[in-house]
Design a protein around this ligand. Sequence first.
Ligand SMILES: C[S@+](CC[C@H](N)C(=O)[O-])C[C@H]1O[C@@H](n2cnc3c(N)ncnc32)[C@H](O)[C@@H]1O
Length: 352
Amino acid sequence: MASTEIISNSESNDQFFEGVEKLIEIWFTPVKHADLRKISRQQWENVLKIVRCEIISFTQSEQVDAYVLSESSMFVSRRRWILKTCGKTTPLRCVRAVLQLAMETAGYPRVENVFYSRREFARPAEQLKPHDNFDSEVELLDSFFGDGRAYIMGPEGDCWYLYTLLPLEGTVAALEKEQHPQSSEPDQTIEILMSDLDPAVMDIFTRATSATAADATRASGIDKLIPGMVIDDYLFDPCGYSMNGVAKDRDLELPSGCYMTIHITPEPSCSYVSFESNVCLPPDALLARVLAAFRPNKFVVTVFATPDSPAAASSRQLKQFPSVGGFQQKEAQHCRFSGYELQYALFSKFPS
Ligand SMILES: C[S@+](CC[C@H](N)C(=O)[O-])C[C@H]1O[C@@H](n2cnc3c(N)ncnc32)[C@H](O)[C@@H]1O
């Protein structure tokens, strides 16, 4: 468990905090002996200064290094880098530095794919550039990757934004991939972005109710959501919670490389919880567990899956979900990207 000093940001539990995260995931084209984990902690700390956050805890499995940050999380695997940060952080400002470290320290000269996504901010005008609007974010991403495409899903006020690289079909990269099929591996990620949550559940994530992060993890049932994880959790003062989970090495149920991460903003005026995992459980079952634990009034769910991943077929089950648990499906979309299928849906509670 994390044993780091408590960072206090306010005396009151009800100040505004932008819980919505910016999420960037970069996959590098495989190179023999290259590994992003060659990048040292000091080098990551320098990168995170650009983002305006810092490392507060660390855990790892054979395949994943997992950092809890002052604003959310970072995961580093052999060829995949994930940075998820909330508040007024500036993750896109560090991409140039990460691409340079990937090349010079880790040995990766080429990027295979990029995913940048986020929900609409509660207060977009308070974000720092380029995060104050999606067009500026896309412009900066295009300056690094050139061949990206931007998507906006969902209704105004509840949008979900995505930037990813263009489909490979017909490109040199596609031909290379055909010739080296071993470079792709089954992958899936589910994200559940919840807002307007049950105040009784949110109370668990305050220092007034829980003495330690471990108490909050147990009381909320987070430790039971995906069994077999080593949990690194952190309870902020006076409130707020972050956790990373990595699959226990040689766990019989979970493949090595699995991770989960949960971040909680419990302030009543802006309550927000995000859940993310690449574990291969059926998305509808996982969704039901997560909703039962946090009891949101509104949520966005996204499932990315490669066609060969076990989650690909089951992610389509999300279409049947609206009739369960008193939620109404407001919006649903299915897209095919370069080697990935994406399910996106927005739900809210029926008026009681
Ligand atoms: C880092 S956490 C998790 C945010 C996450 N993105 C989410 O899904 O809500 C943010 C929560 O911790 C609280 N907090 C307390 N001290 C903090 C600090 N020094 N930095 C960031 N958040 C802090 C915030 O008020 C907020 O409730």
